[in-house]
Design a protein around this ligand. Structure first.
Ligand SMILES: Cc1cc2nc3c(=O)[nH]c(=O)nc-3n(C[C@H](O)[C@H](O)[C@H](O)COP(=O)(O)OP(=O)(O)OC[C@H]3O[C@@H](n4cnc5c(N)ncnc54)[C@H](O)[C@@H]3O)c2cc1C
Length: 488
């Protein structure tokens, strides 16, 4: 019997495979597509996941520099510029990187860790009982596994086969058009801003909202710039059918800006993006687990791509699940550990659906929205307002429930201390002990210990870098290790 089958070799399935392998479980990944997709989706990462990748030694593989990553001086929320340059302990990290590169990097990492990926094999069916789950796969004999994880995207077959509902809303009153383009060089200034005669300035990498819609201008380094235009439409409006075109995008930009934006076909090597999307879904799985079947990533949640929150959410689902599922498979998980995957991550998914829906309203047309924006703009001018939003969209405000354990860091992302990014690469539980006096006793084979001079108290870190215990004496430490990492 196979320990874990993962359906889907998208970013989240691949990340889960790497985390399981680090914890000593080699999953089998089944991917429907015979070759990696050429579809263009994410252009970047936003939030805590960038720091998490750094703590696995993966940031440098994407960035091509050793790191550590630095916080972003600014970002965007609901087409407001979010100035963060003066925010103490700015929690927001961003990284421009195409999804294809992330998938390539994770595929390479999974191969290094000995993970098997079978491409061209679609999961078609499943049956489960108390002992195992049997997976029906195109082109293979049925596979029996202890667990099956659906990392098979928003249309997840695994979710449907497991009988997990996907409640939420489908909007059908929006149309967005996105393309790589070229614009006259004279319109772009030294800071990358686009000057549109008759309208004004479109700042780079930010959304600009008008009462007619939303436009984003992204002068991508080393490739053709990207323009994206979103509009509302009423039933009966002609949104175009068949393939979209640069002319259609130019017309949409003209409607939104009230001025002509002379867009042309992109120069340079492709593949170039040209896409029209009508409507959108916001949905959250009613459960993240049904017996021996679990969901990660888009299989568990879909929402607007405004602000790029998808991979911050999905990759950290995978990192939360990996060590817990591995402990379960290896037989040392404490009771209820696997259920904390849903109790911790589903509320985070719900919060992302909340802020993406709120942003969708704030970028909509109409005078009421303009008034609402004036008010939200005033709140965002306050340092507390900017911090709140930066923590929300980065996920730095997450505090997992850790009953009976107190301390300012408990349940939170472990603070940066010198050397931590090397210590967390192995994805093992870790005691950071500034006292030099604490002892993990019989957990020595499972919990690493490192000196951490300068920390005011010792911290017990879970493999996903969240703090499970904090203290200056060893009071409660054995109980915390037993609660999260099992009896020795
Ligand atoms: C236009 C667009 C722009 C985006 N921009 C950003 C951004 O800038 N930043 C960001 O963080 N996120 C962004 N996202 C979201 C991000 O792309 C998704 O969150 C991410 O792809 C989800 O990864 P996943 O692994 O969960 O699912 P997917 O990427 O959908 O991968 C699922 C995999 O499962 C395979 N599969 C499906 N069914 C089966 C089956 N039955 N058996 C076996 N395999 C199967 C599929 O072929 C696929 O390879 C964007 C999304 C879109 C659509």
């Amino acid at each position: 019997m196979i320990d874990v089958v993962i359906a889907g070799a998208g970013p989240n399935g691949l990340m889960l495979a790497c985390e399981l392998a680090l914890a000593g479980v080699r999953p089998l990944v089944l991917e429907r597509l015979p070759e990696p997709t050429t579809e263009q989706r994410a252009n970047g990462l936003v939030g805590q996941v960038i720091r998490m990748l750094d703590r696995r030694g993966l940031y440098e593989r994407l960035a091509g520099t050793p790191g550590p990553p630095r916080p972003a001086p600014g970002f965007t929320f609901a087409a407001f510029p979010l100035d963060l340059h003066d925010l103490p302990d700015n929690p927001l990290y961003t990284m421009l990187v195409p999804q294809r590169r992330i998938e390539q990097m994770l595929t390479g990492r999974a191969a290094e860790l000995g993970v098997t990926i079978h491409r061209g094999h679609e999961v078609l069916g499943l049956t489960q009982d108390e002992r195992s789950v049997t997976v029906e796969v195109a082109g293979l004999a049925p596979v029996e596994a202890a667990y099956l994880v659906g990392a098979d995207g928003g249309h997840s077959v695994v979710r449907k086969l497991a009988g997990i509902a996907f409640p939420g809303v489908t909007r059908d009153d929006t149309v967005s058009r996105t393309a790589h383009v070229s614009v006259p060089a004279s319109m772009v200034d030294a800071h990358g801003a686009l000057h549109v005669p008759g309208f004004g300035v479109l700042p780079p990498f930010l959304h600009t909202r008008t009462e007619q819609g939303l436009i984003a201008w992204a002068p991508m380094p080393g490739r053709a710039p990207l323009v994206s235009v979103g509009e509302r439409y009423r039933p009966g409006d002609d949104v175009g059918d068949g393939e979209t075109s640069i002319a259609e995008l130019r017309a949409a930009a003209g409607r939104v800006l009230g001025a002509d934006l002379p867009l042309d076909a992109p120069d340079g090597p492709g593949p170039h993006l040209l896409r029209r999307t009508v409507g959108g879904n916001t949905r959250l799985a009613s459960a993240y687990r049904a017996g021996r079947v679990l969901l990660v990533g888009d299989a568990a949640h879909v929402h607007s791509a405004l602000g790029g929150p998808g991979l911050n959410l999905g990759l950290q689902d995978a990192i939360n699940l990996g060590w817990k599922l591995a402990a379960e498979v290896l037989g040392h998980a404490p009771p209820g550990l696997l259920d904390t995957y849903e109790s911790e991550r589903r509320p985070v998914g719900r919060r992302v659906t909340m802020h993406t829906r709120a942003q969708s309203v704030l970028v909509g047309p109409g005078g009421e929205v303009t008034a609402l924006r004036e008010l939200v703009g005033e709140l965002l001018a306050l340092p507390q307002g900017r911090r709140h939003i930066a923590e929300l969209i980065s996920g730095a405000d997450i505090r997992y429930d850790t009953p009976g354990v107190d301390g300012p860091h408990v349940g939170r992302w472990a603070p940066d201390v010198p050397g931590l990014r090397e210590l967390t690469r192995s994805a093992r539980p870790l005691l950071l002990d500034p006292t030099g006096r604490l002892d993990v006793g019989p957990w020595a084979g499972r919990v690493d210990v490192a000196a951490a001079p300068g920390l005011p108290a010792a911290l017990l870190l879970r493999p996903d870098c969240y703090v499970a215990w904090e203290g200056t004496t060893g009071d409660g430490l054995p109980e915390a290790m037993a609660a999260w990492f099992g009896r020795p």
